[in-house]
Design a protein around this ligand. Structure first.
Ligand code: UT7
Length: 330
């Protein structure tokens, strides 16, 4: 049976760095609190230039992934973009990206699944490739959370950042690539993390950002506990379905929401710290972009070795959560 496999990765982040120290001038917070409670030291914030629009970031990450894969945009059958911060309500970011890449043979659409957007998109593409309706696809996670940040709310504005990651997905007839994808949701928990109408003023030091007329609201404490439980249970389900144990995982790449969430989940799963990929200190929570950015960095660092079992796991607004087990084969 045909399986899907990742054949190229790419990522990009906006130029501007916003440090914890910078945030001290915006809200009543401290570098010490942010570092201790979240693991975040800085995040990147996009400007209102077209290069750093949602489509612009998606395009830059995609070009890198396509180049690594050696795939021409015209060869893509499908583009799926996970995002909750599109440039426009419609057309989709995926369609705007299709135009920018000149991927004229690809069907293109967005997926809204909060921080699980990338894994939802990967799940769709995995199934499309397995059933033969798609040969080559581009999966993107891109977010400009700075555009929906409440810059007066210290409990959320310190967490969020912008960026994009992309993977090109092809196929294989071997027992390799994407072994399984697992997706779940619970709409009754939607109020733990949602977007609310109302425009918030941009802080003085960030005058040139593009603020949307709504912003993010979160019940951090309850979400924290739920996140740990959801991530643990779906990671266990994913391993079990592939007859794998925690000791078989060479690298776990979790959604980067909070270092304490990642550590609690890894402890529950008995996955040692040196097998957990972490880059939250550099980018904060970039929602659906966090896993593909981390995957690209792990790839660049040579951590994704042939045959290694890689566990991807995420949780986000919806509530949505997901996991995927890969047997790396590039
Ligand atoms: O990506 C989707 C999934 N996202 C998540 O899963 C995020 C889940 N939640 C979290 O990561 C954490 O709940 C937060 C980082 C948001 C908050 O950490 P916490 O340890 O749960 O803190 P808390 O909300 O219980 O607040 C503790 C104290 C409060 O003060 P009092 O009431 O004890 O006096 C807050 O007002 O920390 C205060 N606080 C802050 N202090 C300094 C909250 N935010 C800040 C801040 N700086 N930025």
């Amino acid at each position: 049976m045909r399986k899907a496999r990742i054949i190229g990765t790419g990522s990009t982040i906006p130029k501007r760095v916003l440090s914890n120290k910078d945030l001290e001038s915006i809200v009543d917070t401290s570098d010490e609190w942010i570092t201790r409670r979240t693991g975040i030291k800085q995040r990147h914030i996009s400007s209102n230039s077209s290069e750093e629009s949602t489509t612009g970031l998606a395009s830059r990450a995609s070009i890198k992934a396509l180049k690594m894969a050696g795939v021409c945009p015209e060869d893509l059958d499908m583009i799926v973009v996970g995002t909750v911060t599109p440039d426009l309500q419609f057309p989709s970011t995926a369609c705007m990206l299709q135009e920018e890449l000149n991927a004229k043979n690809a069907a293109a659409f967005d997926v809204s699944a909060g921080c699980s957007g990338f894994l939802y998109a990967l799940g769709i593409v995995n199934n499309a490739i397995r059933c033969g309706s798609c040969r080559l696809a581009l999966v993107v996670g891109v977010e400009r959370l700075s555009s929906i940040t409440n810059w007066q709310d210290r409990s959320t504005c310190v967490l969020l950042g912008d960026g994009a990651g992309a993977v090109v997905v092809g196929s294989t007839t071997k027992h390799a690539g994407i072994l399984s994808t697992h997706l779940k949701s619970d709409g009754s928990l939607g109020k733990l993390l949602y977007s609310s109408e109302g425009k918030i003023r941009a802080p003085k030091i960030l005058r040139n950002i593009d603020l949307k007329p709504f912003h993010l609201k979160m019940e951090g404490n309850r979400l924290f506990k739920k996140a740990v439980a959801c991530l643990t249970s779906i990671a266990k389900e994913a391993l079990q379905q592939n007859s794998l144990f925690s000791k078989d995982v060479e690298l776990m790449i979790p959604h980067q929401a909070n270092i304490r969430i990642i550590k609690a989940m890894a402890d529950n799963l008995k996955i040692p710290a040196d097998k957990v990929f972490i880059n939250i200190h550099k980018y904060g929570n970039t929602s659906s972009a966090s896993i593909p950015i981390a995957m690209d960095e792990a790839n660049q660092q040579g951590l994704l070795v042939q045959g290694a079992h890689i566990l991807l796991v995420s949780v986000g607004a919806g509530l949505t959560w997901g996991a995927s087990v890969l047997k790396w084969s590039m």
